[in-house]
Design a protein around this ligand. Structure first.
Ligand SMILES: [Zn+2]
Ligand SMILES: [Zn+2]
Ligand SMILES: [Zn+2]
Length: 154
């Protein structure tokens, strides 16, 4: 597996060559003998998963920063809670149309398009779920209740 963000030509070996190595029971990266049915030896597998994870994690950090770094509803800033919401509510449809995929591929497509703000916003899992499920986030209800209470007090 090659990280989708990697552009280094040296990491992209021809598929034919990789198949040849695989058939002779060698790791397609370092050419040491490895387990049957696997493309990479354990060491290379671990390295490549780590690289992909780090790369995806960087991509997510960039996306979050580009969209303001906090949930637009409640202000949550914990990156593991944050997710990109399709402001038009047609995520699945859009994924089919643009074949954007999810996760890393989706983040890449956002970067390619210069992080368009009109269709996407940053939401935490809670707010995202609530909006998808109830049509509005309870935070909005709370906020308006607070406002009403403040008005009553006056
Ligand atoms: Zn290897
Ligand atoms: Zn939130
Ligand atoms: Zn909310």
């Amino acid at each position: 597996m090659i990280c989708p963000h990697s552009t280094k030509a040296s990491t992209i070996r021809s598929l034919r060559y990789q198949r040849k190595l695989k058939a002779s029971g060698l790791c397609t990266q370092c050419r040491t003998p490895r387990e049957k049915y696997a493309w990479l030896c354990n060491v290379c597998h671990e390295k490549s998963t780590y690289r992909i994870r780090r790369c995806n994690s960087n991509a997510k950090t960039n996306v979050i920063a580009a969209y303001g770094g906090a949930c637009v509803c409640c202000g949550e800033t914990e990156r593991d809670f944050l997710t990109i919401d399709h402001a038009l509510g047609n995520g699945a449809q859009e994924r089919r149309l643009l074949n954007n995929g999810t996760g890393a591929r989706f983040y890449q497509s956002l970067r390619r398009r210069g992080y368009p703000k009109e269709y996407y916003r940053l939401l935490c899992m809670n707010c995202n779920f609530a909006i998808g499920h109830f049509g509005a986030c309870p935070h909005n209800r709370l906020n308006s209740t607070v406002k009403e209470l403040q008005l009553e007090k006056k």
